[in-house]
Design a binder for this molecule. Sequence first.
Ligand SMILES: Cc1ncc(COP(=O)(O)O)c(C=O)c1O
Length: 426
Amino acid sequence: MTDRSPGFATLAVHAGAQPDPTTGARATPIYQTTSYVFNDADHAASLFGLQAFGNIYTRITNPTTAVLEERVAALEGGTAALATASGHAAQLVAFQMLLQPGDEFIAARKLYGGTINQFKHAFQSFGWNVAWADPDDIGSFERAVTPRTKAIFIESIANPGGSITDIEAIAAVARKAGVPLIVDNTLATPYLIRPIDHGADIVVHSLTKFLGGHGNSLGGIIVDAGTFDWSRDNKYPMLSEPRPEYHGLKIQETFGNFAFAIACRVLGLRDLGPAISPFNAFMIMTGIETLPLRMQKHCDNAKAIAEWLSKHPAVAQVNYAGLPSDPYNNLQRKYAPKGAGAVFTFALKGGYQAGVDLVAKLKLFSHLANVGDTRSLIIHPASTTHSQLSDEQKTAAGAAPDVVRVSIGIEDKEDLIADLEQALGA
Ligand SMILES: Cc1ncc(COP(=O)(O)O)c(C=O)c1O
C-alpha cells in the first residue's frame, strides 16, 4: 500500500470491499439472509440499544449492502450512506428525517416527473408542503424561504431536459436559510458531478439508472455529507431530541458527522421498511465497478448524437448542455467538464405525430420508461408519461407534443446514428 489517496476508478472497484474473511471469496458475496445470530444476550442488548454496531435484521443492515453503501459514500465524498429499495424510497426516508406535518421544503421545478408526483401528492398527504422554485432563477429559491422551510431539493442534471443546475448558488441560499441542500445526482453520477464538493449536505440517487447501469435492478441511496449541524435552532427534532425508542439517545450528539445517515437507518429504514434486497445491492455494486468507463462512453456517444441531430432537417431543436450553443453549456463546463450526461430531449419539426412515428420506427433504441441503461432508450413523453396533461402543461414540463427524450447507451455510435437516420428519414 502507498500513501496515495485512491482515485475514482480505484474506489469504484475497491471501496468498502475486502476478500470474504471466512471463504476468501474476492467478489463480495450475496448475504441472502434476513437475520444474524447474536453472540449472547449482552451482545443482542447492545445492538438493539445502538451501543454497538452490528447486524440484527436485513431491513436495517446487511453485509452485502454495506459494501455498496461504503462504495457510493466514497465516490460521492460523503461520511456514510444507506441504500434503499428504490430512488423514490431514498427520497421518502430522507425527507421523513427532516419534516414534521405542516413543514415546507423548496424544490426545483425541473425534476423527474415521478418526483414531482411524489412531492405534490404523496408528501402532501403527510402534511409536507412543497414550494416550487425555478432553477434558472436563483432568487426564486430565496423568495420561497419561510420560517417552516426545512430543506431545498434539486437535481444536478435535470430529468428529462438534461439542464445543469447551479448547485453552488442554491447551496448558498440553503446555507443562509439554515437548511440542508439535498441533491438528486442520478443523471450525473459522482463520475460527472460530486455535489458535496459544491456545498450539498445530502445526496440521493436512483441507483436503478447509471450507477447500476444495466437496466436490471432497482435501488436508491442517501449519502450524508456530514456537514450539517442538525441541533441548530431545534429545527430537526428527529436528529437533535432524545429518542424514546433508544433510551433517550440523541442521534446528532452521539453520531456527529454521520448522524443523518444513522437516523435514516435506525428510524427511517427500520420503521418505514424500504430496504434494498442483497441481490440488487450485489448487481448494482458490480455495475459501479465499470461506472467511469461506461459513463464516459455514454457521454461521448450522447454528444456525437446530439451534434448529428442538431444538423438533421427533421429536427427543430436539440436540448443538450454539451452543445456549445446550449444555454446550459457554461454550467456544464463548470460542473460537469467530463461530459453533459446521456439523457436529453429534442423536438421534431413534424410535431406530435413525428414523435409517435419515430419511436415506432427505431430498431436499436428501446421504447420504454427508463434511463441509464447500457442500451439506448427513447420515449415520447406526450403520448406516454405526460399524456394526461394539456398541451400547455406538457410544454411547461419539458414534454411538449413534439419532444422526445433519449437515454444514450454504450453501443457503437455509428449504429445508433444509422438507426436514427432510417427512422427520421423514412
Ligand atoms: C432523476 C431521478 N430521480 C429519482 C428517480 C426515482 O428512482 P426509482 O425509479 O429508482 O424509484 C428517477 C427515476 O426515473 C429519476 O430519473
